[in-house]
Design a protein around this ligand. Structure first.
Ligand code: TXA
Ligand code: MG
Length: 336
């Protein structure tokens, strides 16, 4: 497939990309979270192309992206809590799961009777949806199982020749995918942590429950089907180290052929060629922004056997960093 590449400069027209979506094609585009691979959410054939391009299992549903939260009622059954939350967080990095209406094809929702609704705040994403005139179904624009793309080079690597167009909009703001929630009466169930944090959401409900699959290995059927797959995995195995600075430095000093993901403050204390910081220890947002590009860097390195990552904070957006790391590690934590 010939892939059109569009470098967005601020005045670039997105009409050619919108035409591709209208005509049933698929386009990778930036959002404030990660890059998405989008197609017309009302067209089962476009959904099929997305699954095929990513190599994604067809039971893993796609999120439907809208230009404004007020459009949600066209595609799903909304309620008061949804609009309260939408007022506070949409447009923004949040996806809400709601019962779907019949115009959303089953292939978009992996056969589920619910649909994930998200209103991205990113200028390019928002304009592309408006110009296309249809809701856009978009998973993260990575090959299935790989870290989500946060830079244009990532989508070029994964999707050149597999998508009809790729839009270069620079780096994504948050670097981790949207928070996903489900509403149950006045309870909010957090299915995937992101930049809209548990702390923020808890102000809008009587009860906020963090789904077990967010923090623990889960063998049952998770509420978000995507949570059951090994995700974000670099080619080399990854282990998270939990312990004091001294214990971690001592442990790493005795290991060869290893890569390390750590914090800025650790850099003077950990020797080696493949030691990458994802940000300052107390800056979870920076860590979120850099995590996936850190993980992807290791796929270019062939003389390491294992990657060790320091345990991040679980507060605020830190819970998203922790969640992506434990998934990348296959829930492999080593206590020192
Ligand atoms: O930030 C994001 O959400 C990005 C950008 C492109 O918007 N998209 C994204 O999509 O991360 P994806 O497909 O990589 O992850 C979607 C997750 C999967 O774990 C999927 O199982 C879950 O959302 N999901 C989608 N629809 C669902 C539904 N109806 N019920 C439960 N989980 C759902
Ligand atoms: Mg994904």
């Amino acid at each position: 497939m010939n892939t059109l590449k569009i470098k967005y400069t601020g005045s670039t027209s997105l009409i050619p990309a919108a035409e591709i979506i209208k005509n049933g094609g698929i386009v990778a585009f930036p959002t404030e979270t990660v890059y998405g691979l989008g197609g017309n959410a009302l067209d089962p054939l476009a959904a099929g192309k997305i699954y095929a391009a990513k190599g994604r299992p067809s039971d893993n549903p796609l999120i439907v992206h809208l230009a404004k939260a007020q459009d949600a009622g066209k595609y799903c059954y909304t309620n008061d809590l949804f609009y309260q939350i939408a007022d506070a967080f949409m447009p923004g990095p949040l996806t809400v799961i709601l019962p779907k209406k019949s115009n959303i094809p089953d292939s978009v929702t992996g056969g589920l009777d619910s649909v994930g609704i998200r209103v991205p705040s990113h200028k390019i994403a928002n304009e592309l949806i408006k110009l296309s005139g249809v809701p856009i179904a978009a998973p993260s624009a990575n090959l299935s199982g790989k870290p989500s793309p946060t830079e244009f080079s990532h989508i070029e690597h994964d999707l050149d020749g597999r998508a009809d167009a790729l839009i270069d909009g620079g780096n994504c703001d948050f670097g981790v995918e949207s928070t996903i929630i489900k509403l149950n009466g006045n309870e909010i169930i957090l299915l995937r942590p992101g930049a809209v944090t548990a702390e923020m959401l808890s102000l809008f409900c009587d009860k906020l429950t963090i789904d077990k699959a967010v923090t623990e290995k889960f063998d049952g059927v998770p509420l978000a089907p995507g949570m059951k797959y090994r995700h974000y995995a670099p080619e080399c195995p990854l282990t998270i180290l939990e312990g004091s600075d001294e214990a971690v430095y001592e442990f790493l000093s005795c290991r060869e052929k290893r890569g390390v993901i750590c914090f800025d403050e650790d850099l003077p204390h950990i020797l080696g060629k493949y030691v990458f910081s994802c940000g300052p220890i107390h800056d979870s947002l920076k860590q979120a922004q850099n995590l996936f590009s850190c993980l992807r860097k290791f796929d270019q390195i062939h003389d390491i056997d294992i990657i060790y990552a320091r345990m991040p904070s679980k507060a605020g957006i830190g819970l998203a960093v922790f969640n992506r790391l434990i998934k990348a590690s296959g829930f492999n934590i080593r206590k020192l």
